[in-house]
Ligand binder design. Structure first.
Ligand code: FES
Length: 187
């Protein structure tokens, strides 16, 4: 059983800003139902590039609901540039922490936010740069390297907590461990 903070419990039991938004200015989607977690984020953005409203729909666990709810509260009223600086750690901190095994929920929030803003700005992001390492969750080597650097991950187990990679059949775990070691050696 995971230990959840009171804030996680509150945002899970009383999620803020739930539901599809009518005429959103930006939408960001991440995850997939086949992986067990999915998030769709809706934003209203004014002429000064400031987020005036946010809502979400998610399919996932308590941490996914709480992370999405927290994210929508965090981004309301801030500029797009400031929103792009938000990290998954900021989402977890806002919730007074998430269990390590659930950090991937905050990663989903950060990913959906970046996708929404990039789409709004007309920036085409190449989907999934790098080579797929984990077939079960479609996670690439470059995603793993960046997660290792940004979150100071130390093992394949840490990567599974943040990206879910390795949490299915486990065939990729050896390769993930190699990538973690290489990335840490270069850091
Ligand atoms: S290939 Fe990574 S868990 Fe199955």
């Amino acid at each position: 059983m995971w230990e959840y903070s009171n804030k996680v419990k509150d945002h899970f039991l009383n999620p803020r800003n739930v539901g599809a938004m009518e005429n959103p200015d930006a939408v960001g989607e991440t995850g997939s139902l086949s992986c067990g977690d999915a998030l769709k984020l809706f934003l209203k953005i004014n002429g000064n590039d400031r987020i005036t409203d946010a809502s979400f729909m998610t399919f996932g666990c308590a941490s996914a609901v709480a992370s999405s709810s927290a994210l929508t509260e965090m981004v309301k009223g801030i500029s797009l540039d400031d929103a792009l600086k938000l990290t998954n750690d900021d989402i977890a901190d806002y919730l007074d922490g998430l269990p390590k095994e659930k950090m991937h929920c905050s990663v989903m929030g950060q990913d959906a936010l970046r996708k929404a803003i990039n789409a709004y700005r007309g920036i085409q992001i190449m989907e999934k740069p790098g080579n797929v390492v984990c077939e079960c969750f479609g996670v690439t080597d470059l995603e793993i390297i960046s997660a290792v650097k940004e979150n100071h991950l130390k093992s394949a187990e840490d990567v599974t907590c943040y990206l879910k990679a390795g949490g299915g059949c486990g065939n990729c775990l050896e390769r993930i461990e190699e990538i973690v070691e290489e990335a840490r050696a270069k850091a």
